[in-house]
Design a protein. Structure first.
Length: 250
């Protein structure tokens, strides 16, 4: 089956919410219940993607999921250029194809906790992936996220034994976009996308010792959501995830 013939979505799992400008609850002794990272690789130019986009929108509402939508650029040449697609998000999917032993990339593709993948177009598929992720990762390294008085983000991790070094990754996302599609496979449709990743970066390496980091407020907008994944170096399994969402007025 060709890469364009099979199309699946990547979702990035949601996490516990921390109130802005206040300290979040202290870490639990053993955070075994997530949150779980769900990453969706999608494109507005792919006619198979809207069902997975809708599933991600539902996951974005769950406190036990950090849901992230990554728009890839290899559909842009077919007739509709996805304004959220970047080379960096496409490269992230290609790395997963390597680490998960896939023969090709496809959309929609949903990756749960960096461990399992499926198109993610049905709730049954998604719950199956979440169940497998829970089975494979029973102890979590869940970061605590706080918005500080100066607007910066503070990330804190309790000490945790790691078999391999990990990366602390920050993802900045827009909560929702609704786009009328004028050309391509989805011509005439209006597509809703949720938790659209606009940029991401490696904050630091982590070896398992108690640690904290600060990210200045100029790295993200006041109305954007923030997610942090603690992921095995080399874009491997996710050890922990959390999100900090903007306060919606009214």
């Amino acid at each position: 089956m060709s890469a364009l013939g099979r199309r699946s979505v990547l979702i990035a799992g949601a996490a516990l919410l921390a109130a802005p400008d206040t300290m979040a609850e202290g870490p639990q002794a053993e955070r075994k219940a997530g949150p779980w990272a769900v990453e969706l690789f999608t494109s507005q130019g792919c006619s198979s993607c809207p069902p997975a986009d809708a599933q991600l929108g539902k996951l974005a509402l769950r406190p036990d999921i950090v849901a992230l939508s990554f728009h890839v650029d290899y559909w842009d040449y077919i007739g509709w250029k996805d304004r959220f697609a970047t080379r960096e998000t496409t490269e992230r999917q290609r790395i997963y194809a390597h680490t998960l032993n896939q023969r090709y990339v496809y959309t929609p593709e949903m990756v749960v906790d960096g461990r399992v993948n499926q198109p993610g177009t049905s709730s049954g598929q998604i719950e199956g992936m979440l169940s497998e992720a829970r089975r494979l990762s029973t102890v979590r390294a869940t970061p605590t996220l706080n918005r500080m008085a100066d607007g910066s983000l503070r990330i804190w991790l309790a000490a945790q034994k790691l078999d391999h070094p990990a990366d602390v990754m920050l993802f900045v996302y827009d909560r929702r976009h609704s786009t009328p599609i004028a050309r391509g496979e989805n011509e005439g449709r209006r597509i809703d996308n949720f938790n659209v990743v606009r940029r991401f970066e490696r904050v630091s390496a982590w070896t398992g010792a108690e640690a904290s980091w600060s990210v200045s407020a100029d790295r993200f907008g006041p109305d954007q959501g923030l997610a942090v994944l603690v992921q095995q170096a080399g874009q491997g399994a996710v050890h922990g995830a959390n999100k900090l969402e903007p306060v919606v007025a009214g």
